[in-house]
Design a protein around this ligand. Structure first.
Ligand code: PHE
Length: 339
């Protein structure tokens, strides 16, 4: 047999034996130099060939070279515990994709929405960027009226504001429906120039408006009690305190009994730290002012109504006792992940 062919076979045999004995990456490296390096076995073999005269043997040497290259790569992968092209464990678990969740405020909005939908309310959304008419004047708050000072409003220009309450939705709903019955819950973003542990410049309110024949304060009380009991717990009670709003008459603030001291204001004879008085303020409400019904195109001689406007963040803080509302809008995933 041709001496070159014998040499090829010998090298192949030696390589196979050498490869079997390799126990580390460093040894694979040495093997690679010994066979494939510049002065390695393969190159030495090539050098013994007369130039251009023996393509067949040249091809055989090249074949051996690629066999050695493949085996060396496989060996390296084994040491790096990488799957080789021939072995792949199909049962290896994949990398799980992290699952997100609805934002805390979105969850609260959904819960509030469902509570009112169950009582026959329809869900509405009215503009956040609003004209002075819907936001104030149409709600019986004339220009220069001191009631405007209650809110430090963001102005877009003299006539356009970022609405500071959801009461703008009252007039929109009356215009949309044109006649009673009206039973809407308007949940939306509201803006005031405020920031501390329980206030953010952007927050949410939910505004209820019910207008029909013979609607009176007991209807307002019924819905208020229903909301307090379903959102905070069946042991909670509500009460009305007289108040003033330009767009309701009479007007009230509504309180909910404190869940910690059960409305007593005392815990083991000491003042309750959460409420101090036994009651927590929920927000404003009242019977829709006849002038507002008129401004919305309804006839106050033929219908009456009640309205309320409460804060989403506020009820959430009352329920969960969040230490600082600003956390809710901080985008800190460690905080948000808890909900
Ligand atoms: N708009 C009032 C506020 O933001 C709340 C309110 C709504 C009061 C509806 C009465 C009726 O404080």
């Amino acid at each position: 047999m041709d001496t070159k062919l014998t040499a090829i076979q010998t090298i192949q045999g030696e390589f196979t034996l050498d490869l079997k004995q390799v126990t580390s990456l460093a040894q694979v490296d040495l093997l690679s130099t010994r066979y494939l390096g510049k002065h390695g076995q393969i190159n030495t073999l090539f050098k013994t060939l007369p130039i251009k005269s023996d393509p067949q043997t040249g091809r055989k040497i090249n074949d051996l070279k690629s066999v050695i290259e493949t085996k060396i790569t496989e060996k390296i992968n084994q040491f790096l515990s990488l799957p080789t092209s021939t072995t792949f464990d199909v049962t290896t678990p994949g990398t799980p994709t992290p699952l997100g969740s609805l934002h805390l405020i979105t969850q609260a909005i959904e819960e509030i929405e469902n509570t009112f939908l169950s009582q026959g309310f329809v869900r509405r959304r009215y503009p956040e960027v609003e004209t002075d008419w819907y936001y104030a004047e149409g709600l019986n708050i004339p220009p220069d009226h001191p009631a405007r000072d209650d809110q430090e409003t963001f102005f877009i220009d003299q006539d356009i504001v970022l609405t500071a309450h959801t009461s703008n939705g009252q007039l929109h709903e009356m215009e949309l429906k044109k006649a009673p019955p009206i039973k809407m819950i308007n949940i939306g973003k509201t803006y005031r120039r405020q920031i501390d542990a329980s206030h953010t410049p952007m927050f949410h309110q939910f505004e209820g408006l019910v207008v029909d024949k013979d609607i009176n304060i007991t209807h307002l009380l019924g819905i208020t009690e229903f909301f307090a009991k379903s959102y905070f717990g069946s042991d909670r009670r509500t009460r009305l305190r007289p108040h003033h709003f330009q767009f309701t008459e009479p007007s009230f603030e509504i309180d909910v009994s404190c869940g910690l001291c059960n409305g007593t204001g005392l815990i083991a004879k000491n003042a309750c730290k959460v409420c101090k008085s036994g009651w927590l303020e929920l927000g404003g409400a009242g019977m829709v002012h006849p002038q507002v019904l008129k401004n919305g195109g309804l006839n106050p001689d033929q219908c009456t109504g009640f309205a309320f406007g409460w804060g989403v963040e506020r009820v959430l803080m009352m329920k969960t006792q969040l230490p600082d509302l600003r956390l809710v809008y901080s985008d800190d995933i460690r905080f948000l992940k808890q909900f």
